[in-house]
Design a protein around this ligand. Structure first.
Ligand SMILES: [Zn+2]
Length: 250
């Protein structure tokens, strides 16, 4: 059976001298692992389309759950990512999160577009690494179904308050009036109005707007701590690629 599908290559492992396994993120089939024969040869017509972080239209032969690449037409190449080791290692962390969370053979509408918009930002390098990382971590949390409830105070339902607190365990917020009577299971993080605005913006904005968030350095510092901790807590795991990103980031 032939399957034609748009996707982004988010992983590549060598098979012998000339071939590779490629992991391709798609909306229709989740992450597909496919054998790509000969793509390491310079003369291969699929070399560019099957390169890491290429966004292409793929044609696979499917036999049971095994995929083999037949051909691919490039749609967009995010080749700028690999020109900078910091952006490249952040992309590697994002790819690991996607591989870890997106199931194969399951439809995942919107994930490909989110990944493409993210790779575009990494490619263009218009925004800081910290901003891209925070937006990715919090928005993908929401897309995976564990969005924090940022709509209003869990107790009194007020939308705004000069002091709000984030409960990462229960994924909700509590206002300054209710915090005393609130039985928090673990520590709460204080959220300034600017920090809460940034979190709401990342969770509730359409995907083509999420990276347009503008925050000052102080808010960014707090946002970075919060989004990373939240995603890792929800996934209950660590990523070596994230550790590597942190060691090389200036
Ligand atoms: Zn309240």
């Amino acid at each position: 059976m032939l399957v034609t599908v748009d996707g982004i290559v988010i992983g590549r492992r060598s098979i012998g001298e000339t071939g590779c396994f490629i992991d391709v993120l798609t909306d229709e089939y989740g992450v597909i692992e496919a054998v790509a024969h000969g793509v390491k040869k310079l003369t291969s017509k699929n070399a560019g389309s099957a390169a890491l972080f290429s966004y292409s239209r793929f044609c696979f032969s499917k036999n049971g759950v095994k995929y083999t690449l037949n051909s691919a037409e490039p749609k967009f190449s995010f080749h700028g990512i690999s020109s900078d080791i910091e952006y490249l290692s952040l992309a590697a962390y994002f790819a690991d999160v996607l591989k870890d969370t997106v199931a194969s053979e399951q439809e995942n509408a919107g994930m490909l577009r989110f990944a493409a918009v993210t790779m575009y930002e990494l490619d263009k390098k218009r925004r800081s690494l910290d901003l891209i990382k925070s937006v990715f971590e919090l928005h993908i949390s929401a897309m995976l179904g564990f969005s924090p409830d940022l709509r209003a105070c869990r107790v009194c339902a007020c939308y705004e308050h000069e002091k709000m607190y984030f409960d990462a365990v229960n994924s909700c917020i509590v206002c300054g009036d209710c915090v005393q009577e609130y039985n928090a299971p673990a520590g709460l993080t204080e959220l300034s109005p600017e920090l809460l605005y940034a979190m709401r913006y990342i969770v509730f904005s359409p995907v083509d707007k999420i990276y347009k968030l503008d925050v000052n350095a102080d808010v960014q510092r707090k946002l970075s701590l919060l989004t990373e901790e939240y995603l890792l807590h929800q996934l209950d795991r660590e990523f070596r690629s994230l550790d590597y990103f942190k060691t090389i980031k200036l």
